[in-house]
Design a protein around this ligand. Structure first.
Ligand SMILES: NC(=O)C1=CN([C@@H]2O[C@H](COP(=O)(O)OP(=O)(O)OC[C@H]3O[C@@H](n4cnc5c(N)ncnc54)[C@H](OP(=O)(O)O)[C@@H]3O)[C@@H](O)[C@H]2O)C=CC1
Ligand SMILES: O=C(CO)COP(=O)(O)O
Length: 336
């Protein structure tokens, strides 16, 4: 396919590499001309993936118009809170028949919308031209060519298969799914839960605590997903459990790292600095995921705790005390 990756951060760059390795004609859009120049001449993105050699065929441009011209697949690789603004700027240059593929794992704070909903609202593209990619995909590992799998979700299965074919390489295995809601909720919620895991790690807690947060994080993610119409089996898959485990366990995760710094005693500004200018989506999405849960009458205690920590000044010690002080209940309750 003729593909463009709109955004040259860590995941956008890794995805562009996968697409190029899979034999597609790929161009990247970098908003800073100097980064485009570095990718074109040095075949490296030193800002986000230092030490990773990019394919010679991969080129970058800083003009969105030039990047989008004639592209069949438009990969949206910008943070979830800026996607609406970015899309508005690209709107006049989007090829009308292109598939728009979202990589972002978040829920828009201003509207409570998922990324595919934001894309549909801004572009007015039909659902069969909007897809999402989500799974256990830490950018650096994928860029190194380590084996991994992912999910391409689109309401139209044939379109999902087209994108799947474009992504299949010897190290990256895409599966299809028509459950867009499940994939998006899995991706957004796991960032919040990873932040909580980071806090636990920063406080010095071990594997029992981590496993407890992952498992109870999955339970609340399933409650929200099902309330929004997701298929529970999606959340048991790569875009649910898979991504939750990878992100909650890895020191490469920006969300986990952010939480770990808080657990070690850093304030919010210091924790932000530890992500090296990269986005930790859970910090903002804890607010919108919590709001979605409230709207749908779903209990999400871990998400609530992360929200209070990041936005209401709660201390990490009070976070732990409050979570463990909640009333006791059966393991399985709610709509599932
Ligand atoms: N990194 C990972 O391992 C994975 C990330 N994701 C998801 O992919 C999405 C993108 O993440 P990732 O590439 O890692 O993010 P980064 O923070 O690494 O990069 C963000 C990219 O977006 C660009 N950008 C364009 N417009 C804006 C804007 N208005 N505000 C901020 N940045 C802008 C940045 O440009 P500039 O460099 O000029 O700032 C940069 O190229 C996120 O939702 C993330 O959750 C999903 C799977 C894996
Ligand atoms: O989504 C990711 C892995 O699948 C990356 O997680 P972070 O954004 O926390 O680095």
């Amino acid at each position: 396919m003729r593909a463009v990756v709109m955004g040259s951060g860590s995941w956008g760059t890794a995805v562009a590499k996968v697409l190029a390795d899979a034999g597609n004609d790929v161009v990247m859009w970098a908003r800073r001309p100097e980064l485009a120049e570095q990718i074109n001449t040095g075949h490296v993105n030193g800002d986000y993936l230092p030490g990773i050699e990019l394919p010679q065929s991969l080129r970058a441009v800083s003009s969105p118009k030039e990047a989008l011209a004639g592209r069949e697949l438009v990969v949206c690789a910008v943070p979830s809170q800026s996607l609406r603004d970015n899309l508005s700027q690209w709107l006049d240059d989007l090829p009308p028949d292109a598939i728009l593929l979202s990589l972002a794992k978040g829920v828009e704070v201003s509207s409570g919308k998922r990324m595919s909903e934001v894309i549909a609202e801004v572009t007015e593209f039909p659902a069969e031209q909007i897809a999402v990619l989500s799974g256990p995909n830490l950018a650096r590992e994928v860029a190194q060519g380590q084996p991994a799998a992912t999910v391409i979700a689109c309401a139209d299965e044939d379109q999902a298969k087209r994108v799947q074919a474009a992504f299949a390489t010897g190290y990256f295995r895409p599966y299809t799914n028509t459950d867009v809601v499940g994939c998006e909720i899995g991706g957004a919620a796991k960032n919040v839960i990873a932040l909580a895991c980071g806090v636990a790690s920063g406080l010095g807690y071990g594997e029992n605590t981590l496993a407890t947060i992952i498992t109870r994080g999955l339970a609340e993610t399933i409650r929200l997903g099902v309330a929004l119409g997701a298929d529970i089996t999606t959340l048991a898959g790569l875009a649910g459990v898979g991504d939750l485990v990878a992100t909650c366990s890895s020191p490469l995760s920006r969300n986990r790292t952010f939480g770990a710094r808080l657990g070690e005693g850093a304030n919010l500004d210091q924790a932000q600095a530890a992500t090296n200018g990269q986005v930790a989506e859970g910090v903002k999405s804890c607010r919108s995921v919590r709001a979605l849960a409230q709207t749908h009458g779903v209990e999400m205690p871990l998400t609530e705790a992360v929200y209070l920590l990041c936005h209401e000044g709660m201390t990490v010690q009070d976070m732990v005390t409050n979570l463990l002080g909640r009333s006791t209940k059966p393991e399985v309750y709610g709509p599932v």
